[in-house]
Design a protein around this ligand. Structure first.
Ligand code: GTP
Ligand code: MG
Length: 590
């Protein structure tokens, strides 16, 4: 299959002008056309630290995200480059390069904080980039991570105050990768070589003590540990001599420091193999068009002064997609019915069977394309629309049948009507002849195929409309005695009563069939919904189990390091999660 995206270079996704963050329609259009799942890698960090250069490496290009060669901050807002994923077929790698943090010329810390928060919200792998070792200064610069609790909400429920639901962040947050550039020290601890990951772990160790200084020391570390259970660290040598750094873009690998080339390759390889598809709570995989909606929802919240809420974003996404899922299901039903149904159908059951088969497929399509259909509102809407469509088909079917039968009666009986008008039957013995002729035509009528469900009723209505004429001919027929005429009138009456009874019986049968159909429709909705809920529940459980395992691991680490308070807090979160995992789910659709 041909790759779905072709972007020769990055475009600005979120413009940052005069402190306002605005989505760029051109970039949104590119995203909306991507139906494949996306792996989103965002890079964030202090300005002028080689972020754009590293992102170009992930894109496999020397040029792309624009680099600046002066000390002035270069990238503005958030830039996006979508490329076919080099390792995951049918996935798109979305690279987000962000404006450098801490630019003194800009002097707007608020704005930086939002860029940091947006990068966390939109990515599945969040790369934090800094120069040199992890020292206190670098940690202090990471105050943005401690501010996330004031910027982002996980759940919308109003009884949760700002920051209180940060325990839920884990299930929404990206994996964390720290890239340390121009790292010139040897990786050692107590004289022993250590890995970059161990270096990061050590740097995130907490200090015992309760002084303000200790608290300040611990806070960013605790936030990183708590929000990002999955962490990874990469160190990079300086890519080349200082003098050549300005033309880095033009240099080939063999002109760069060989250590750096290897380190950059290891970083890219890790990202390609380990970065996950962007997934929302409930295991909802994000494709380009969903990412577009997330961008819009979060920016809307920020510009209207609200805190972006992850749960609300998922719900907003669900609303849009579930409405589209109803439309898609209905369109399929319409297409199937137009293709299969030839009105009038011979029996009502024939029509209901076709409806049922198309309805089943429509529900399947809805269930496949919908998610988080709270209280089954959209499925109920689908059920209502399908029911209305079925009733419309039934009405059309009756009309088609009546029209066909009336036309048939006209064709068959008009010569007879003409003869009656000419007085051919107004003679002795005319009545018997007329009854005989009528009987013959009736039989012909009954033999005609595909008259539909109104065959009997239309015939009876027709015959009733001719009763007075037949009666007049009976009265004028001199071959019959008065007694015979009376008997004949009684016979005709009895015949019509019999026909009425038969019609009533048929009507009851039709009603019964309609009721049965309603019950079957309901059962079909419930059956498919239950199957979906079971699948969803299994997925959610798996996700919760993963989160639980990561939290338990972190709790053990905190205990080992002697942080009773922090571990107790985590314990509460773990208990809440376990409670949620034990909750049964209901499946009701009425
Ligand atoms: N010392 C050093 N310089 C680098 C490195 N990578 C890139 N550069 C150079 O640093 C300068 C800035 O690089 P960019 O990639 O634009 O840095 P940035 O972090 O994107 O900068 P902003 O967009 O302003 O935040 C350019 O001249 C790059 O060639 C690196 O690993 N070490
Ligand atoms: Mg840049």
């Amino acid at each position: 299959m041909a790759p779905e995206v072709h972007m020769p270079g990055p475009v600005c996704l979120i413009e940052n002008t005069k402190g306002q963050l605005v989505a760029n329609p051109e970039a949104l259009k590119i995203l909306s056309a991507i139906t494949q799942p996306v792996v989103v890698v965002a890079i964030v960090g202090l300005y002028r630290t080689g972020k754009s250069y590293l992102m170009n490496k992930l894109a496999g290009k020397r040029k792309g995200f624009s680099l600046g060669s002066t000390v002035q901050s270069h990238t503005k807002g958030i830039w996006m480059w979508c490329v076919p994923h080099p390792k995951k077929p049918n996935h798109v790698l979305v690279l987000l390069d962000t404006e450098g943090l801490g630019d003194v010329e800009k002097g707007d810390n608020q704005n930086d904080s939002w860029i940091f928060a947006l990068a966390v919200l939109l990515s599945s792998t969040f790369v934090y980039n800094s120069m040199g070792t992890i020292n206190q200064q670098v940690m202090d610069q990471l105050h943005y991570v401690t501010e996330l609790t004031d910027r982002i909400r996980a759940k919308s429920s109003s009884d949760n105050n700002v920051g209180e639901d940060s325990g839920d962040f884990v299930s929404f947050f990206p994996d964390f990768v720290w890239t340390l550039r121009d790292f010139s020290l040897d990786l050692e601890a107590d004289g022993e070589p250590i890995t970059a990951d161990e270096y990061l772990e050590n740097s995130l160790k907490l200090k015992q003590g309760t002084s303000q200084k200790d608290k300040n020391f611990n806070l960013p570390r605790l936030c990183i540990r708590k929000f990002f259970p999955k962490k990874k660290c990469f160190i990079f040598d300086r890519p080349t001599h200082r003098k050549k750094l300005g033309q880095l873009e033009t240099l080939h690998d063999d002109e760069l420091d060989s250590e750096f080339v290897q380190q950059a390759a290891a970083f890219c390889s890790y990202i390609f193999s380990n970065s996950k598809t962007k997934t929302l709570s409930g295991g909802i995989k994000v494709n380009g068009s969903r990412l577009e909606k997330l961008v819009l929802t979060y920016l809307d919240a920020i510009s209207s002064g609200d805190l972006p809420c992850m749960e609300n974003a998922v719900l907003a996404l669900a609303q849009i997609e579930n409405a589209a899922a109803v439309q898609k299901a209905i369109a399929h039903y319409d297409q199937q019915m137009t293709q299969k149904v030839k009105l009038p159908t011979e029996t009502l059951q024939e029509l209901l069977d076709l409806h049922r088969a198309s309805e089943k497929e429509a529900i399947e399509i809805f269930i496949k394309s919908s998610f988080k259909d709270e209280d089954h509102l959209f499925q109920k809407e689908l059920a209502n629309q399908l029911e209305k469509k079925r009733d419309d088909f039934c009405k059309q079917n009756m009309k088609a049948s009546s029209d066909r039968c009336s036309a048939l009666l006209r064709d068959l009986f008009s010569p007879l009507e003409e003869d009656v008008k000419q007085g051919i039957y107004s003679k002795p013995g005319g009545y018997r002849l007329l009854i005989q002729k009528t009987q013959e035509l009736k039989e012909k009528y009954l033999q005609e195929p595909r008259k539909g469900i109104q065959a009997e009723e239309t015939l009876q209505t027709y015959l009733r409309s001719k009763e007075s004429i037949i009666d007049a001919i009976l009265q004028t027929d001199q071959t019959l005695t008065e007694k015979e005429k009376e008997i004949e009138v009684e016979r005709v009456k009895a015949e019509s009563a019999q026909a009425a009874a038969k019609m009533l019986e048929e009507m009851q049968k039709k009603n019964q069939q309609m009721m049965e159909q309603k019950e079957k429709s309901y059962q079909e909705h419930v059956k498919q919904l239950t199957e979906k809920m079971e699948r969803d529940r299994a997925q959610l459980l798996a996700e919760q189990e993963r989160t639980l395992a990561l939290k338990l691991e972190e709790q053990a680490r905190l205990l080992k390091e002697g942080f009773q308070n922090e571990s107790r807090q985590l314990h509460n979160e773990i208990q809440n999660l376990q409670k949620r995992m034990a909750q049964p789910r209901r499946c009701v659709i009425s």
